[in-house]
Design a protein around this ligand. Structure first.
Ligand code: AMP
Ligand code: MG
Length: 339
């Protein structure tokens, strides 16, 4: 099977919607990262997503809708807070977990009795869902474990030969996956941080951030957000996060860098001598937008070990830190302590 790369024309979206209606899988752009979509109501179609990605069967898929009324068909019960959040943040990078209806097969929900629902804002994603007339289950369009793809080339790198078509919508705007939350009394608990930040959510309701967002799962503990338990978002290179100022970073690199080492910097003003580097941005938004592409680029350049500047955790920085922490397998060196 050769994977066709198609632009976002109405004709191509109709063709892609046809594949979905026939029980097939297509990759498509969203504002977060690229998704790998199939009919969320068709267990056989959804199994093809798991096969294409090599995804563990207990890792649930997010179901994408293009109209608020679809929520009532796929959720058994919609908490009142969900409507408030939908009004404020949908369409957009927010996934809400609710009890699932019987229409959602257990493969889609990874065996759970809940379902994560999202209404994306990307026009091609919305149109694809509308034209297929179905809720679309879609995880990120990467091979399981790799950094999520934020452009069509990276989807092609991972999925060529595995799916019939890929819709090219350019670079993803946010660059990290959606915020995932569940309901907790009248408030919400963030299970995976994303483009909709705790600060933004707290304008609508009480917000707690799950311990699993910044901490490694203890042995034997059950992950509330199953995706967070796997080695994730990781390039082949070993990533080490160095927490501290630009000066202490430079000092550490000067004393420790060896052949095959690369640096992942904020803006390149950090001095790292002859050590090769790429930058992922000085603001949290830029870092979110560039992190996954930077990790893939480091692999493409043959990096063996990567020393990364540590992002802050304000706003969307929390999501950046959550992803880079997993890419690094929780390996963080505190430079101010080392000194
Ligand atoms: P991805 O599709 O790669 O963005 O991953 C989706 C992630 O959303 C999963 O790995 C889970 O961590 C989370 N998720 C989706 N549905 C549920 C659910 N029903 N309960 C808890 N977490 C969920
Ligand atoms: Mg993913």
């Amino acid at each position: 099977m050769n994977t066709r790369i198609l632009d976002c024309s109405e004709e191509n979206l109709l063709y892609a919607a046809g594949i979905i209606k026939d029980g097939g899988v297509v990759a498509f752009p969203t504002e977060t990262v690229y998704g790998l979509g199939a009919n969320a109501l068709d267990a056989e179609a959804v199994k093809k997503i798991f096969a294409a990605k090599g995804r563990p069967a207990d890792n649930p898929l997010i179901v994408h809708i293009s109209d608020l009324s679809m929520i009532e068909k796929i959720a058994a019960e919609v908490p009142p807070t969900a409507y408030k959040l939908a009004e404020r943040f949908w369409p957009g990078p927010l996934t809400m977990i609710m009890p699932k209806s019987e229409l959602i097969p257990s493969v889609t929900s990874g065996g759970l009795d809940t379902v994560g629902i999202r209404f994306p804002s990307h026009p091609a994603a919305r149109r694809l869902i509308e034209l297929s007339g179905l809720p679309i289950a879609a995880p990120s369009a990467n091979l399981s474990g790799s950094p999520s793809p934020t452009n069509a080339k990276r989807v092609f790198d991972d999925m060529n030969g595995r799916i019939p078509a890929l819709i090219d919508g350019g670079e993803s705007e946010v660059g990290l996956e959606s915020t995932v939350l569940c309901f907790d009394g009248g408030g919400v608990r963030i299970l995976r941080p994303g483009g909709i930040t705790p600060e933004m959510l707290s304008e609508v309701c009480r917000v707690t951030v799950d311990r699993g967002v910044l901490n490694e799962l203890e042995e034997g503990a059950v992950a509330r957000s199953p995706g967070m338990k796997y080695r994730h978002y990781a390039p082949r290179a070993k990533v080490i996060i160095l927490r501290g100022s630009a000066e202490s970073f430079s000092e550490y690199i000067k004393n420790n860098a060896a052949d095959g080492d690369w640096c992942l910097l904020f803006d390149g003003s950090e001095s790292v001598g002859d050590v090769p580097y790429i930058c992922y941005g000085s603001s949290p938004d830029e870092q979110a937008h560039r992190l996954f592409e930077s990790l893939r680029e480091l692999d493409a350049r043959g990096a063996k070990r990567v020393f990364a500047r540590c992002p802050g955790t304000e706003g969307v920085g929390l999501a950046v830190y959550n992803r880079i922490l997993r890419a690094a397998g929780f390996c963080v060196t505190d430079l101010e302590v080392v000194k």
